[in-house]
Design a protein around this ligand. Structure first.
Ligand code: ATP
Ligand code: MG
Length: 416
């Protein structure tokens, strides 16, 4: 067999032109989460299929249509994780982190969903997830939303996103509303699109989320969740909004926001943008008080969110604020022979002082090397054997010029 083996559809490579933006995002994320005192956890990418069926929900798009599931050689049913919350809860339960404790965890890594690949939608994509366990009160919701705001700000995209928020109410209020809505939907099934009709029996709340304009119009008269909220649900929601106002976080209430996963209750939210077409949700989350118990842990209240890294990076592109690789500080040229060793020594001294240094790999003529230095966007070219150098970039830090001047006294510390 000959010919190239190609990457799988929807599994994009991340090449050297893209990694500077990824590294910058990851560094910003680490810094923000350190400030909030969240501990990083790392879960496996493969889990028992049952974990997702029992948490995300049998009747959700993710479990019904999107999981990469298979039976391994030992006949165990397993799935590549489509999201991180279920795994993080499992990790928390297994590690005894959730018993009578306030636990603040975060993770990042690839997730896998069998979706139709398009801009902003891939089969392998990356999330940053934040989970707050053990706090029933609104402080936890406010904290995770504030983290989300800080992450989007650190990524430079806050100006292009809107916080949409809603409450699903307590588990009891949500269940009562679910029945009420279901009855209404059965009576008005004719006015709905095919997908939505399918959802009436299996996942009626999801109908509210429909992107179909005809369905949205029909839903105008549907019973509203807000009308069936109990006192506890109203108080929790009001406390969250009060906290957001205190932190100057603006929001838009979206009574149709329900989220696609089964485990949410009370406050749910999404940060959305107009800049990415249909893939406009950049970050999404909410409270999921029942999930830990559902997965075999105790009654532990929890809330959190996941941010889609690719969508944040696409938004940076749309806003023209993609972080660039740092320029090379010094490019050392040499003409072979003894010059090679001198070049290595000079590079080592400079690197130990913290500068980024490239040494030309060839023994060729200086002219070619200097061209390569320019391609590498080097700030300074240093020519070893004459102990001289030329400053290419007037913006080079003064400390670097001074350092080079000391090492190569014959150099020219002014741009040529
Ligand atoms: P969508 O409505 O866009 O399908 P979702 O509700 O399925 O999103 P979540 O499960 O809440 O998404 O995941 C959180 C975030 O992860 C999303 O807001 C999005 O930014 C990102 N995300 C989800 N699916 C994909 C995907 N297939 N490719 C890239 N990013 C994704
Ligand atoms: Mg989806």
């Amino acid at each position: 067999m000959s010919g190239r083996v190609r990457a799988l559809r929807g599994f994009p490579d991340i090449g050297p032109a893209d990694t500077p933006a990824w590294l910058a995002l990851e560094a910003a994320v680490q810094q923000v989460l350190l400030r909030y005192g969240y501990a990083q956890v790392r879960m496996p990418v493969l889990e028992a299929t049952e974990l997702f069926a029992r948490s995300v929900g049998e009747a959700t798009d993710i479990v019904e249509k999107e999981m990469f599931s298979f039976v391994d050689r030992d006949k165990n049913a397993m799935s590549l994780r489509p999201e991180g919350t279920a795994s993080a809860v499992r990790l928390g339960i297994d590690g005894g982190l959730l018993r009578n404790a306030q636990s603040r965890l975060w993770y990042t890594g690839p997730m896998f969903r069998h979706e139709r690949p398009q801009a902003g939608r891939y089969r392998q994509f990356h999330q940053v997830g934040v989970e707050n366990f053990g706090t029933a009160g609104a402080l936890a919701d406010i904290e995770v939303i504030a983290i989300a705001r800080d992450l989007l700000q650190a990524a430079g995209v806050l100006g292009a996103v809107t916080l949409e928020i809603n409450t699903l109410g307590s588990a009891t209020a949500r269940a009562a509303y679910r029945d009420q809505l279901q009855q209404w939907l059965r009576a008005h099934a004719d006015a709905l699109d095919e997908d939505s009709r399918q959802r009436i029996e299996r996942n009626p709340l999801r109908v509210l989320d429909s992107k179909n304009p005809q369905t949205q119009a029909a839903l105008a008269d549907a019973p509203r969740l807000a009308d069936s909220l109990d006192e506890e649900s109203r108080a929790h929601y009001a406390a969250v909004l009060e906290g957001l106002a205190a932190l100057d976080i603006a929001w838009v209430e979206n009574p149709r926001l329900v989220r696609g996963l089964d485990y949410y209750n009370h406050c749910v939210f999404e940060w959305t943008t107009q800049q990415l077409g249909a893939q406009g949700t950049v970050l999404a989350g909410g409270r999921y008080d029942g999930l830990v118990e559902q997965l075999g842990g105790g009654p532990v209240p929890a809330c959190g969110f996941a941010m889609g890294c690719e969508r944040v990076l696409l938004l940076q592109q749309a806003l023209d604020c993609v972080p660039q690789a740092a320029p090379v500080d010094v490019y050392v040229c040499h003409e072979g022979g003894q010059g090679r060793l001198q070049a290595l020594r000079l590079a080592q001294t400079l690197r130990q002082a913290g500068w980024q240094v490239l040494v030309d790999g060839g023994d060729g003529r200086l002219k070619g090397q200097i061209k390569r230095a320019a391609t590498a966007r080097a700030r300074i070219v240093s020519k070893d054997e004459h102990a001289d150098f030329t400053l290419l970039d007037a913006q080079a830090p003064a400390a670097l010029s001074e350092h080079l001047q000391a090492l190569c006294p014959a150099g020219a510390a002014t741009p040529s």
